[in-house]
Design a protein around this ligand. Structure first.
Ligand code: CAA
Length: 281
């Protein structure tokens, strides 16, 4: 089976990694060869880590890399795809344009999936001529490690396509969970209010950054505290998802904390900018 992955950033290279590791031929697609080279180098590094830990053999690493090809053109990369997983930047207009292009160039029977964390699958599907074959496949970061795939049914997604995507996710060693297409789906509808509340606790002086994270790590057995996790996800991404929840559900409880808004405005975006709730330089 042929899979095409659009975007070779953190999520895209992780998704390409797990499909290739589980025997699928994967075409990785991005706008520049430089971005593709970086994505492929990250896959190589993460496979090395698995080999060092003993969870993957050196031969399996070589075979995994051998199943990956790269393209700078969507038309060429998706020509023989049975499944396309889009993991481009989280921007509505960009995603709608990519899906128009995918609809034009991918085989008529191909499933078109998006890894979006909060953009409506129904809205994405509506720009294609095949809304029954459009679905959400929301992987979690780091993709090779996290077991969940949140499978999101758009308004028009067919039962057959949902069943195939659930089965494919299991073939990747993941646990798929079927959810309906409403703002934030389930993962971010629950995660983002927790992160927002942690930011409010800091904003209102209830406790400091490390104290808040320690309470959640040691008290609730979360692997990372909510403020550290927000730095990893990106504060701009957290803010964008909270705005989707706030606008889409119309409830003031989702209003982003003013401290989050200020930090994003000041360019303090977390790990990727070097500064967030913690310093990452
Ligand atoms: N590729 C392959 N393997 C990796 C990896 C990668 N990118 N990153 C880590 N690993 C492996 C390590 O090799 C290690 O393997 P073993 O268990 O076999 O030893 C294992 O993962 C744990 O890694 P570490 O020991 O280095 O670090 P850790 O114990 O601190 O765990 C973590 C790291 C798994 C990321 C953990 O901190 C964690 O679970 N964090 C929270 C992650 C999370 O909440 N993700 C969801 C974010 S939200 C999202 O993605 C969606 C959204 O829409 C916003």
């Amino acid at each position: 089976m042929n899979v095409a992955v659009i975007g070779s950033g953190t999520m895209g290279n992780g998704i390409a990694h797990v499909f290739a590791q589980h025997g699928f031929s994967v075409a990785l697609i991005d706008v520049s060869q430089n971005a593709l080279d970086k994505g492929l180098a990250t896959i190589g590094k993460n496979l090395d880590r698995q080999v060092t830990k003993g969870s993957l053999s050196a031969d399996d690493k070589t075979a995994t890399l051998g199943r990956l090809t790269s393209f700078t053109s969507i038309a060429e990369g998706v020509r023989t795809a049975d499944l396309v997983v889009e993991a481009a930047t989280e921007n509505v207009e960009l995603k709608l344009n990519i899906f128009r292009e995918l609809d034009q160039h991918a085989p008529a029977g191909a499933i078109l999936a998006s890894n979006t964390s909060s953009i409506s699958i129904t809205r994405i599907a509506a720009v294609t001529q095949r809304p029954a074959q459009v679905i959400g496949m929301h992987f979690m970061n780091p993709v090779p490690v996290m077991k969940l795939v949140e499978v999101i049914r758009g308004y028009a997604t067919s039962d057959e396509v949902t069943r195939r995507v659930m089965d494919l996710s299991r073939e990747l060693g993941k646990t798929p969970t079927e959810v309906n297409d409403y703002p934030g789906f389930v993962a971010n509808r629950i995660l983002m209010p927790m992160i927002n509340e942690a930011i409010y606790s800091l904003f209102e002086g209830v406790a400091g950054v490390e104290e808040i994270d320690t309470v959640m790590k040691l008290g609730m057995a979360h692997p990372m505290g909510p403020l550290q996790l927000a730095d990893f996800i990106g504060l701009d991404v957290c803010l964008a998802i909270l705005r989707v929840l706030h606008d889409g559900l119309g409830n003031p409880k989702y209003a982003p904390c003013p401290l989050l808004v200020n930090m994003v405005t000041a360019g303090r975006l977390g790990v990727k900018s070097g500064e967030g709730f913690y310093s990452w330089t």
